[in-house]
Design a protein around this ligand. Structure first.
Ligand code: G6P
Length: 607
């Protein structure tokens, strides 16, 4: 969480680029914002609680001067979101400014030590120890780079930082450990940021900093060193393949809506996976004696859907596990015979990385499915595959879910072939259906926006929703519930429908909206039974079902019709789409910003 951005420009004022960079990183957190710049040898800082658009006006960011600066957008971990706790933080003399993404675990003991040495602190953040440590190290006539190196060696925890000082106003020193940081070089300057979209307007040439590395940015470029021993590291620039348009809102009012509508395209990309990666991952999956699918949030729902697909198509038992529970639950048994397929859009989710770190230590095979080339997950995995959905900015993941399930389906199909679990005809048939997925989604998007708007108007006043599905549709139901929770703050339950009679049914009253996910397939007859149970208790039934499914239509208050011929195993992809739209329309009707839901962040890089 938190977004950091820095730039050193050859000419021109840096403040516009810093603001633009922060804006593009707001999906990482947006409770406070701050900028530090050096102008004529003086460090200036403006910061406050609130989103960039408000704080920028209030504090007149555009009046700040200088061609070098750093900016931060915050998602609070230590200390409430207020002006004092907003970044940048400074040393005692206000000459060293630091922005930080991550958590410094030993900040209490460092703070105590620094206070004993005479430093005084103003904030409640963990970050503030960093400028003070650097200040302390600079006392012996040590330069900013080396002082930062020394300071970093004392930190435990995770960080991506950028340091700016009036003492050496020509450079930004930045570093990372377990929080992402990418460098960029253009003709007019050098950049660092938490993520590529922030620097993409200026360059497509980037370098991903790795754990335990520090970089010094100047107008002429960058130098990289290892924090542990100061050894120089040479790494060439890479070219980013996607263009800026892909990471901008274009004509859509929100990123979330844009990303929902991009799904036919992202799914088409997702069908063009590189052969050798599919091959490699499948081979590893086949070899594992036990296979875990590990993810958080939406990625966890992809794992649940994936577990049904692997079982039914390839006869492979997999265990879907929430990342944050993995170590506690399987940490003492995971070992050399285990394979972990970590699923993470960002490739940077702390809990997911923690689960795989633990597994690697115990000699397990770690595989990755991610959207982010150069992410930590790609570096620590034995083999990885990219979901190919392009940048996703909306905090609520949408195209991530559909792309991940599509990739998992293709892996399962390949595995089924490898294991001889399907006939050639069955393989051909499933392959043909896979190719139809983008078209189905396109069709749904074309025809269901207006009906879903009307549905949202009808249910706008409801204070509780229940989402139910059987089999693989329980994953779709959970994803639908998550969208609603994330962006409308409406309490909602999601359960495998068969389990609803063991508890959830007790909260059903006359009129409670129950959303049923009912594709044609093995679970069709059973879901009718579950609908009847809820209906008997007065629930209003909203069903997502195949068009012309008269059995479901006959017992539902409202239905959203899906194209015919979608196999149940692939249904999470198209059936999730109306649920994404429903959550979106409800949020907009309630005057909420679906791109920036309260208390959430796109990328959770802290424990
Ligand atoms: C956060 C985001 C979710 C996302 C989850 C996992 O909670 O708000 O949208 O699904 O992290 O992210 P990952 O990048 O690991 O898929």
């Amino acid at each position: 969480m938190c977004g950091i951005f820095g730039c050193v420009l050859l000419k021109g004022s840096a403040v516009e680029q810093i603001q633009d960079g922060i804006k593009r990183l707001e999906y990482r957190g947006y409770d406070s914002v701050g900028i530090a710049m050096v102008d004529h040898g003086v460090l200036q800082i403006r910061k406050d609680a609130g989103k960039l658009s408000d704080v920028s006006k209030r504090l007149k960011f555009s009046e700040m001067r200088g061609s070098i600066g750093i900016g931060h957008t915050r998602w609070a971990t230590h200390g409430a979101p207020n002006m004092i706790n907003a970044h940048p933080h400074t040393d005692s003399n206000g000459r060293i400014a630091v922005i930080h993404n991550g958590v410094i675990e030993n900040f209490m003991e460092l703070k105590k030590e620094l206070i004993e040495k005479g430093h005084s602190f103003v904030s409640r953040t963990d970050t503030e120890v960093i400028p003070h440590l650097i200040e302390e190290e600079m006392k012996g006539d040590v330069g900013l780079r080396d002082a930062t190196l020394r300071a970093l060696r004392r930190l435990k925890g995770s960080y991506a930082i950028a340091v700016l000082s009036s003492l050496e106003p020509d450079k930004i020193v930045c570093a990372r450990h377990e929080s992402p940081l990418v460098l960029g070089v253009s003709k007019n300057g050098t950049y660092c940021a938490s993520d590529v979209p922030a620097i993409r307007p200026y360059t497509n040439k980037v370098v991903y900093l790795r754990n335990g590395e520090l970089a010094v940015l100047t107008v002429g470029g960058y130098e990289i060193m290892r924090v542990s021993d100061g050894a120089e590291i040479s790494r060439d620039l890479e070219e980013v393949s996607w263009d800026l348009e892909m990471a901008e809102k274009q004509e859509y009012p929100h990123y979330m809506l844009k990303e929902i509508y991009e799904q036919p395209t992202s799914l088409r990309y997702g069908l063009r996976l590189q052969e050798k990666y599919v091959e490699l991952i499948t081979t590893f999956l086949d070899r594992g004696k036990e296979v875990f699918l590990v993810g958080a949030g939406t990625s966890q729902h992809s794992c649940i859907a994936g577990s049904y697909i692997f079982a039914k198509l390839a006869r492979l038992t997999t265990y879907p596990v929430v990342s944050s529970e993995f170590v506690e639950r399987y940490g003492s048994t995971v070992g050399i015979d285990s394979t972990i397929l970590a699923v993470s859009q960002s490739g940077e989710t702390y809990d997911t990385l923690k689960a795989i770190d633990h597994s690697r230590m115990r000699a397990a095979t770690v595989l990755g499915l991610t959207n982010t080339v150069g992410s930590t997950l790609t570096r620590v995995s034995r083999a990885y595959i990219i979901q190919q959905s392009g940048p996703e900015i909306g905090v609520a993941a949408t195209k991530t879910f559909t792309s991940q399930v599509l990739v998992l389906s293709q892996l399962a199909l390949r595995l089924a072939r490898l294991r001889g679990k399907l006939s050639q005809d069955e393989i051909d048939e499933f392959e043909a259906k896979l190719k139809k997925v983008p078209g189905w989604v396109e069709n749904i998007l074309e025809r269901s926006r207006e009906p879903i708007k009307s549905l949202a108007e009808k249910y706008i006043g409801d204070k509780l929703f229940i989402f139910l599905g059987r089999g693989i549709s329980s994953a779709t139901a959970m994803e639908g519930r998550l969208k609603l929770l994330e962006i409308t703050y409406t309490p909602a339950l999601a359960y495998p429908a068969g389990e609803s009679k063991h508890g959830p049914i007790s909260i059903v009253e006359k009129g409670t909206p129950c959303v049923f996910v009912c594709p044609r397939g093995d679970t069709h007859a059973e879901i009718i039974g579950s609908i009847m149970e809820m209906k008997a208790r007065g629930a209003r039934i909203i069903s997502i079902c195949e068009e012309g499914d008269s059995e479901i239509e006959g017992i539902s208050d409202d239905t959203i019709g899906m194209p015919k011929g979608i196999p149940e195993l692939l249904s999470p992809i198209p059936y999730a789409v109306p649920l994404q739209l429903l959550a979106y329309e409800l949020a907009v009707l309630r005057g909420l910003d679906p791109d920036m839901p309260r208390n959430l962040a796109k990328s959770v890089t802290v424990p």
